[in-house]
Design a protein around this ligand. Structure first.
Ligand code: HEC
Ligand code: HEC
Length: 432
């Protein structure tokens, strides 16, 4: 495919040039550029600008949490690549995992460190009832929509009428999935609330789909390789180029951190010592699989816009096995400069600490014989570790458009923008 041959890249004055073999070049080009956001057929609204604007308003609104202080942005702060900078996120209480970046999140196949959501829109529903995060209920969320005129208008223009939430006997605020109060609701009312909340998730996902970030120094370098353009090749320092060579070569990182997002979108147990020092208690992917298959909001469930498509089949066919215990999703390596600390519990505070772990595997937790055995200590010297770190730092790219980084002035776009009409607007099931 690429016939550039062994190019000599002599850019930093008198330093010896870094040579990339054709095979290395082919591997490097697999990491760039980041493609446009993919379609999610389970969400008819994923590329709809109106829905995205409504979703952006919901994302930044703390009024949906039980103490009025927590919004999605509390733990996904736009200026730090939609993370929160602490090891374990804090909502109403301190949770058990680290907040991942939302940049380029629409490319993911599974969501959360354990993949317990199979679509971006269903992920957005979890924080609402979680006692660590919003500590609210779907009923309370939808009630607030009906009571806030700008939300009500935006929602009903997009998705059709909201349920009659004012009737507290039918829609008690304390009713969360699995509680007696929820179970006592009629199945029609449960369906109406689930449908409304799923639509909110779809709008939030439409917003998150716009959080693309590409154009790092590494991407400019990759373009330079494609176009044989020495100026673009100069975007990476010699040290970062040596780090890149290690990354796609001897260090073996691309085995899991593959493709433009630097992730295989899969789950591995790489034995990171727990943040609390004791034995691991977090089952990771093992628990995630059980959850995603039984969630009413899964890709194969009644609120999916394509319940028999590829995503749905993938969820159905995933089989839990012992090697999933303690496995976590391979994170993207883009924008690490903004997303410290690292790993599922924020165990490492710097890129250097992460590399030190891969270099020595010191304190690696080996649970049992089911664990994937892929990592060996790298045994790199100090200057090689610096090179690898320089390469990882060169994966920083500009933040998305400033208009996406804060609460919009209104949940509605102006009237001139075309309004997508819902394929089948939700009916009010309990209307006489
Ligand atoms: C209290 C902090 C907190 C709040 C509030 C919060 N999140 Fe998160 N978010 C996290 C943490 C921590 C994780 C990882 C949790 C896990 O894997 O179990 C996460 C995971 C995610 C993911 C998965 C990313 C991936 O690559 O797998 C998305 C998307 C996301 N959150 C969006 C949202 C949205 C949308 C909201 C608001 C509805 C929200 N978050 C509210 C802390 C928070
Ligand atoms: C066997 C698959 C695998 C290999 C090989 C691998 N990684 Fe990872 N990497 C992961 C997984 C899985 C995580 C998350 C682990 C966790 O949180 O428990 C991770 C986490 C990271 C993180 C933290 C990112 C964040 O946002 O938290 C960095 C940085 C990283 N890896 C860099 C590398 C580098 C550099 C190499 C090569 C030296 C490498 N990895 C090799 C699977 C792998």
């Amino acid at each position: 495919m690429f016939t550039i041959g062994c190019m000599l890249i002599a850019l930093n004055g008198t330093l010896p040039p870094i040579v990339f073999t054709p095979d290395e070049q082919r591997r490097i080009l697999q990491h760039s550029p980041v493609p446009a956001p993919p379609d999610d057929p389970t969400n008819d609204w994923d590329h709809n600008a109106h829905a995205a604007r409504f979703g952006q308003s919901l994302f930044f609104d703390a009024g949906f949490s039980s103490n009025g202080q927590i919004s999605c942005a509390s733990c996904h702060g736009p200026m730090i690549a939609f993370t929160d900078g602490v090891p374990l996120s804090e909502g109403l209480t301190i949770g058990s995992r680290h907040s991942p970046s939302l940049l380029n999140v629409s490319h993911q196949r599974w969501f959360f460190w354990d993949g317990r959501a199979d679509t971006l829109w269903s992920q957005a529903l979890h924080p609402i009832e979680s006692s660590d995060e919003f500590g609210s209920s779907h009923n309370a969320y939808v009630l607030r929509l009906t009571q806030t005129p700008s939300y009500r208008e935006a929602y009903e223009r997009l998705f059709g009428p909201l349920p009659k939430m004012e009737d507290r006997e039918r829609f008690p605020l304390e009713a969360k999935a699995g509680t007696p109060a929820w179970n006592a609701m009629s199945s029609q009312d449960q369906h109406a609330v689930n449908e409304a909340i799923a639509n909110c998730g779809k709008a939030i996902a439409a917003y998150e789909t716009q959080l693309q970030s590409t154009g790092s120094a590494f991407d400019v370098f990759a373009e330079g390789l494609r176009e044989e353009d020495p100026q673009k090749l100069a975007a990476l320092t010699h040290s970062a180029q040596r780090g890149l060579k290690l990354f796609v070569g001897d260090a073996g990182c691309r085995q899991c951190h593959s493709g433009p997002l630097f992730t295989d979108f899969e789950f591995h147990n790489i034995g990171i010592p727990t943040g609390h020092g004791g034995p691991p208690r977090d089952s990771g992917r093992h628990g995630g699989i059980a959850h995603v298959q039984t969630s009413p909001f899964s890709a194969h469930g009644p609120f999916s816009d394509e319940s028999s498509g590829r995503r749905a089949r993938r969820t159905r066919s995933t089989i839990q096995s012992p090697e999933h215990w303690g496995a976590f999703k391979t994170p993207s390596l883009r924008n690490l400069t903004r997303t410290a600390p690292y790993m599922h519990q924020g165990q490492f505070s710097s890129i250097e600490d992460v590399l030190e772990y891969y270099n020595t595997l010191e304190d690696m937790v080996v649970q049992d014989h089911h664990q994937e055995a892929v990592l060996l200590p790298l045994d790199l010297d100090e200057s090689q570790l610096e090179d690898l770190a320089a390469f990882l730092r060169a994966l920083e790219s500009p933040l998305p458009d400033a208009a996406l980084l804060s609460v919009p002035t209104s949940p509605l776009l102006d009237d001139s923008a075309p309004l997508h009409v819902a394929p089948s607007p939700p009916a009010e099931p309990s209307e006489p």
